[in-house]
Design a protein around this ligand. Structure first.
Ligand SMILES: O=C(O)CCC(=O)C(=O)O
Length: 200
């Protein structure tokens, strides 16, 4: 009897801690400088954490979300393709212009269940609430290519519908090097502290 095929989306946080090559990429000065230049940080960038998202063939979607909900205002993310990316394998997708949507009032609805049946449910609510239209832009790049996004940009990814192509991406989350922690916890932190409970 063969082993059952694993079709779950897999997330590995802080791959840099367990692998020298990931460490070198995540803490590369070149990438750091690039993100700082795009984000407009004159004193440079610092890494908050990295995440590897693996989608074996047949695995599912990742719901649209904003990184600011988890990591605070100011976060910018560099996303690198570890495999060739096509819409078929479920590459990363951005909602064009959504970093400037005025979504105040959506509250904890901004923290999605990342594996929800409808991966767009938070995105659709945010678009409706801010009177914007959803225009998705897929990041179609060869492995080694990538993108940088503002933490306020809604992004997510579709299922890997390919028969045999692995789909892996590395997200590196950055803050400005001179950013200071504030007393204002993110929605995510508040939900963890049970002051608010998402989905209730
Ligand atoms: O690779 C993905 O599908 C998700 C990536 C992501 O959410 C991120 O890097 O912030």
């Amino acid at each position: 009897m063969g082993r059952k095929k694993c079709v779950q989306v897999q997330q590995f946080v802080n791959a840099w801690k367990g692998d020298r090559l990931f460490d070198a990429v995540v803490h590369s000065e070149t990438l750091n400088n690039l993100v700082a230049a795009v984000a407009g940080w004159p004193h440079g960038a610092k890494v908050l954490q990295d995440q590897v998202w693996c989608k074996p063939p047949g695995s599912g979607t990742l719901a649209f979300h904003r990184d600011t909900s988890y990591m605070g205002m100011g976060v910018h993310t560099m996303w690198l393709a570890l495999d060739d990316m096509t819409p078929e394998v479920g590459t990363l997708e951005y909602a064009r212009g959504s970093h400037s949507w005025k979504t105040k009032g959506t509250g904890t609805a901004d923290i999605p269940n990342l594996y929800a049946k409808d991966p767009r449910y938070v995105l659709s609510a945010a678009a409706k609430g801010s009177r914007n239209k959803v225009d998705l832009v897929p990041v179609v790049v060869q492995k080694g290519g990538g993108s940088i996004h503002d933490g306020l940009t809604y992004h997510g990814s579709d299922a890997n519908k390919s028969a045999d192509c692995m789909r892996r991406g590395l997200g590196i989350h950055f803050m400005a090097r001179d950013a200071k922690a504030t007393d204002a916890p993110t929605l995510f932190a508040r939900s963890l502290m049970r002051e608010e409970s998402p989905g209730e």
